[in-house]
Write a protein that binds this ligand. Structure first.
Ligand code: UT7
Length: 331
């Protein structure tokens, strides 16, 4: 039988739009305080895209950083997968728009929808094309302009989300470094805890859907919080265990950045050393599909990632969707 090829991450790039929205700015929009937001979420500020800047723009910039870091050109790519819950439009896919903006002549691509877990799902999807030998270079991007679907009069949601993108390049590994294993779970019973009900085939856009604010994110924060704390850790535990590891073996833990309390509770339950947990939620908020590659970039900037490190990625999000990936850092 043909031996499957392990995929490894060979480059990471990030891009956030320059404008920021601080907690002090939010105090002027809704009944909230800097102190409440910081204490309950760990967020100080988020980046917000200017009018006319879309997910494909952030995604393209992040992908360019990756290509530059590897000394590659867009023509070296075989496929582009864009994880997003805020595509520029229903169709064409954001991946097609990124292909055109990058000027990548030899690729195909598609978008992947799994909300906050979309990046880890896309990472594993890309890895399968490497595993089978179908492709040599797959660009996996997580990009969201959450500000396009946030109601800035709803204090339950507007304090959390921000805009940003991160990208990684997947290439074949010749050794034991790279992606080791993953575990993904969906639980559709949580659908109405975090969703955007308008604009799809169920509730096509109308004056009524706009008047009823159905094109904004609706969230039952406490329900999502409880699910996240329990299930992100549970999936990580199972994944570590079946590979013969515990949280103590994890050199770098890169969790989805939705709430600092969720991150800390998960790290503690897994037994990951606090200094091994990557946190940048204070600067970016929750950028949905962007959080994990953005945090990977933070880990590299802070020189916390080195060749051979055991890395655990973990996410939880709307759906519900849960995902965890175990890998050995390859460079
Ligand atoms: O990517 C995955 C997506 N989302 C998540 O992971 C989000 C998970 N959930 C959360 O992060 C938290 O539930 C929130 C940050 C959204 C809310 O924090 P909480 O600690 O769960 O607050 P709460 O909803 O239980 O509200 C506590 C109190 C309430 O007041 P009373 O009833 O105790 O008087 C709220 O009305 O805080 C009030 N409150 C606020 N106060 C100031 C709720 N939001 C705010 C706010 N500013 N922005």
């Amino acid at each position: 039988m043909k031996q499957l090829t392990r995929a490894k991450i060979t480059g990471v790039g990030a891009y956030v739009p320059p404008d920021t929205l601080t907690n002090a700015d939010l105090e002027k929009l809704v009944a909230t305080t800097d102190e409440w937001i910081l204490e309950r979420t760990g967020i100080r500020e988020r980046h917000i895209a200017a009018k006319g800047v879309a997910s494909s723009d952030l995604a393209t910039e992040a992908a360019k950083v990756v290509l530059n870091s590897r000394g590659l050109s867009p023509s070296d790519l075989d496929a582009i997968i864009v994880a997003t819950v805020t595509p520029d439009m229903f169709f064409p896919s954001t991946a097609c728009l990124v292909q055109n903006k990058l000027g990548a002549p030899n690729v195909w691509g598609f978008d992947l929808s799994a909300a906050c877990s979309a990046f880890v799902y896309a990472l594993q999807t890309g890895a399968q094309y490497i595993a089978t030998g179908a492709h040599k270079r797959v660009m996996v991007i997580g990009a969201d302009v959450m500000s396009s679907i946030i109601d800035y009069t709803d204090r339950a949601t507007c304090i959390i989300f921000g805009d940003g993108a991160g990208a990684v390049l997947l290439e074949p590994s010749e050794d034991e470094l790279g992606l080791i294993d993953f575990m993904h779970v969906v639980d559709g019973s949580g659908g109405e805890s975090l969703f955007m009900p308008g604009g799809g085939s169920l509730n096509p856009t109308s004056h009524e859907t706009v008047d009823r604010k159905m094109h904004f994110v609706h969230q039952d924060g406490q329900a999502v919080f409880k699910f996240a704390v329990r299930h992100m850790a549970e999936v990580c535990e199972k994944l570590l265990e079946r590979n013969g590891f515990t949280g103590k073996d994890v050199d770098v833990f890169i969790p989805h950045q939705a709430n600092l309390r969720i991150i800390k509770a998960t790290g503690d339950r897994l037994g990951v050393k606090p200094e091994n947990v990557i946190i940048n939620i204070d600067r970016y908020g929750n950028t949905t599909a962007g959080t994990i590659p953005l945090a990977m970039n933070t880990a590299l900037e802070e020189k916390k990632l080195k060749k051979g490190d055991l890395v655990l990625l973990a996410s939880v999000g709307a759906g519900y969707t849960v995902g965890a990936t175990l890998l050995r850092w390859a460079y």
